[in-house]
Structure formats: structure tokens, C-alpha cells
Design a protein around this ligand. Sequence first.
Ligand code: SF4
Length: 401
Amino acid sequence: MDDARGGAPQRRLQGQEAGPGSARPFRSWSRAMAGTGRESGAAEDADFADLSDSEFPDFSELRDIEELGNQSGSSLGSPRNQADSQGPGKRKREADVPTPMERFQLRYLWVTDLSTQSWCEQQMVYRKELPGFQSVEKAAVLDAGASIHRARELELHDLVSIHTSTKEDTWAVKLLNILSMVPTLQAGGTIREFPVFGEIEGVFLVGVIDELHYTSKGELELAELKTRKRPMMPLEAQKEKDRFQVSLYKCIFDAMVQGKVTSASLVHHMKLSPELLLGRQVQSHARQGGFRVKSFGDLLELTFLSLTLSDLPVIDSLKIEYSHQETNTMLGTEMVVCEEKKVRDKLRHYLEYWTGLREPQGVDVKEAWKCRMCDYAAICEWRQGGGPRTLSQGRRAKVTQ
Ligand code: SF4
């Protein structure tokens, strides 16, 4: 083991589904986010990240938008002003109309789904309905970001692939990683790619924290790396999205170590079977890690005990670092103050869409500049001022995939 790795875990396990076509080295952001939405929670729980969602695309850097950011509205069409009297009000949910969670067959939401939503909710919906629209340029930026994150992770530990054949196995791999990282954190070490999950405001959220370490004052700090194609700091709108993302990570992590996330909630939302025996390879790697477990339930119990009895602190500070992809130069650092009430208010607003209480919203007229760099500008009904989309339109779009 490299000395530079200090007390970090020497390896991190990554699930690899058994069977044809399963040999993917790691979760690609573009694959996950460009999917139909099924990756975010249907039976394909296998895709619950092997890699942090830190490589979330930095939309604002794809074009020179310093100037665009200062142009309100201009000639971009007619993004609906949210103060418009015809704006999207809440509606009473009709029992026979599927919610977006149901329509996209989601059991949970990614933190990145929500931070994308904070950039433009309508765009996030289009991305799920019509994934083929993503530009090659954006995909390249995402892949470069993913590679940088992977290289950073390898500075701390090796990656070991394990064949998984059930969703319980896939979750077991995540739980084994948590079990191996908790002692490192207890001992004051640094960990990367820490899986987080939990029910917040009635919806199950999952994500992966890029890095957790202690500051010189002994405070637990979350560090999120954002890589950028252009050597400049992002605009305020992009920073706001990033702040929301790390604040959500803090809410989920804190709830996990405070015992507010329960194994029953995980089993319920993911429809997992605790009594199922773990796969041979998973059991073998658990033994190598010093854990004697046979069933998924055994591992579940061990993990939740470890999380709550290890006396891990809550996250004290949130830091976002922006670096230039090509030169690896640090562009700047943002310290984020997490205002939990504001974060939860915002989250509740976004979840109203997911639970079918309102239609998706596009950008406010003040942020019309975002439409200029949007892959869906040509078809966007919000931008064209055509009024809120109906669920039947949404269904049509899905059917045409
Ligand atoms: S065109 Fe504008 S309002 Fe429509 S999805 Fe894109 S960014 Fe959102």
C-alpha cells in the first residue's frame, strides 16, 4: 500500500453484475443520467453508484456565458416568468394519473437528479424522457470529469470488482464499502466515494460523497471536487446548484450517523429481501474484510450498528473545489453554509414535482440565458411559452423513445 494513502481503506469493492454485457468498469455519469430514468431506481439497483456523482456536468462552461448570464430574457424565446398568473400552480393529484416517480419507475432519487432539477427542472425531465439529445461535447466533459474522479479515488485505494447477481448483492457491496470506511473515519483518516442514502421528506435519496476528511481544527469536512473544461470559476447559478448538492449530502450523512436512517426504510424503499443469502463472491470478500455474514439481513444489521455505534460526528463544514480539467489547476474554493430549513424547503418544492403535485417548471425569465446552452431548447414547450406540459404529453414522449 502506498504510504500516501495513510490510514485509508486499501480497497473499495465495486459490484459487477453477472451475465452478458455486465463487464462495465464503473458507472458512467452520462450513461446513468442519459438513461430513461430506470437507472435511478428501478430493478436496476445495480447501478447505485460505484463512483461519486461529483462529475455532474458543469453546464455553464460549455459556452462562453459570462455575457449570456447578464442578458435577461433577450431573444431567447419566452421562458415563462414564474410570477406569471398562468404559472404552474399545485394541483390535486389524481389517483389514476401516475406520478413522475411511477412513470419513470423510480424507487429513489439521486442527489444529482435533484441538483440538476435546481438548474432547470424542465431540462432534467427532458433528459430522462429524451436522453439521446445530449450533445457529444457535454458527454466528453462528463467523461473527462469521471476519469479525474476515478484517478483521485485510486490515490486512496484500489478497486476490486465483485460479481453480483441480485440487487441484494449489489447493495451488499455498498454496505461492505461503508463498513470498511467507517473505521478509517473513526481513526481520523480520509475516505473517498462514501455511499449515502436515506429517506428525506418521504422520498428515498441516494448519492456518493466525494471525500470526507478532518480539518486541522478536527472538524469533519466534506470536500466536493468539480472539474471544469474552461479555466474559470462558474457563475452564481452553477454554484447554487452545487451548494444544494453538498447540503443534501450533509443532510443524508448526518441522518445516517444519527440513526435516523433505518434498515427497515432501506428494505422497504428498495424492496430488498433480508433473508436472501449473499452471493459466493460477496460472502468471500466480506470474510476477507473480517465480517462473518451469510444473508443480506446479517450485513444490513452489521452496517447499521456500525454507523450508529461508531460515534461518527456529523459533517461540520462543506467545501467545493473547482479545478481545470486540462491543467489540473485549482480555480477556486467555495465554503458552503448549510441552512437546513432552506435546503428542506427547496427539496420539498422539487419533490412536489416527483410526487405528482405539480407540473415541471422551466427557468425563470431572469435565467433565460440557460436556454441558449440547453440541448432541448428547440423542443422546449416552456421556452416556447406553450404553458405547462400535461402528463399525457409526457407519456407520449416516453412512448416515442
Ligand atoms: S430550453 Fe430553457 S426552460 Fe427549456 S429545458 Fe432548456 S433551460 Fe429549461
